[in-house]
Design a protein around this ligand. Structure first.
Ligand SMILES: Nc1ncnc2c1ncn2[C@@H]1O[C@H](COP(=O)(O)OP(=O)(O)O)[C@@H](O)[C@H]1O
Ligand SMILES: [Mg+2]
Length: 224
């Protein structure tokens, strides 16, 4: 492990540039040193790997994006579980995680790769396990979930300490059984990213409007 940490300090950190342009959109990697591979980006961080250490990934938070310490704590509580990665090492701006091999559910829908119900059941069980160790599944959407050999994986747990209710997984599960299974999975060529991002945007908009409406009705009830 020490070799890998040294390589990160020597080769990766001085030559990497990650920027969060908008907190609701994925971070942008402007520069990545030779040999390192970009595995994915989220709204907080970029995830990269090196061929000499291919079973691990480095998750580097963009400057100014919070949450690294919380993610460390989440991995401490999760310990080892087949549906989650593992936190192996941390410093102030990056984490080393066990690499999960698979394809995100978002990419499955984009590429027309069928998602069997087993994947949804695995994720449901994994999230129940997370709740049982004192966590609060949060932000569980298609880019944070993966499929690997027909099994479900949860790739991003960084918000699992946030206690405010999050309906993302229940909404996604409902969409899977009501829309995906009967209709969408029959499209063999998948859907363009633009359409998926429009759906994501519309979903987020309606969820915000719905939350606001709920808050208003609670405060009206309160006043009455
Ligand atoms: N342990 C991992 N193994 C393989 N790929 C990963 C791993 N963690 C993250 N990724 C990839 O990187 C992307 C961004 O990581 P994520 O943890 O979701 O970042 P953020 O917290 O910024 O949303 C994921 O969508 C996934 O494609
Ligand atoms: Mg994410």
């Amino acid at each position: 492990m020490q070799d890998f940490i040294d390589l990160i300090h020597r080769d990766l950190l001085p030559n990497l540039q990650v920027e969060s342009i908008h907190p609701h959109n994925p971070v942008v990697v402007h520069q990545l040193p030779k040999q390192w591979q970009l595995i994915g980006t989220g709204n907080y961080a970029a995830v990269v790997s090196h061929p000499a250490y291919s079973h691990r990934v480095v998750k580097i938070y963009a400057p100014g994006r919070p949450g690294l310490q919380e993610e460390v704590e989440v991995y401490r509580r999760l310990g080892q579980h087949p549906a989650f990665s593992e936190g192996l090492y941390t410093e102030s701006e990056f984490l080393i995680l066990k690499r999960l091999y698979g394809i995100t559910l978002y990419d499955c829908v984009h590429r027309g790769i069928k998602i069997p119900p087993q994947v949804i059941e695995d994720i449901d069980q994994a999230l129940n396990y997370a709740s049982s160790v004192g966590l609060y599944p949060h932000d569980v959407h298609g880019k944070n979930l993966m499929m690997s050999e027909g099994r479900g994986l949860v790739v991003d747990v960084s918000d699992f300490l946030k206690q405010d209710p999050c309906t993302a997984w229940n909404d996604l599960k409902r969409a899977y059984y009501a829309l995906y299974r009967p209709i969408l999975c029959r499209f063999p060529f998948g859907f363009p990213y633009q359409l998926l991002d429009l759906t994501r945007f519309t979903y987020r908009f309606y969820r915000r409007v719905w939350k606001q409406a709920q808050w208003q009705s609670i405060s009206i009830d309160h006043k009455a």
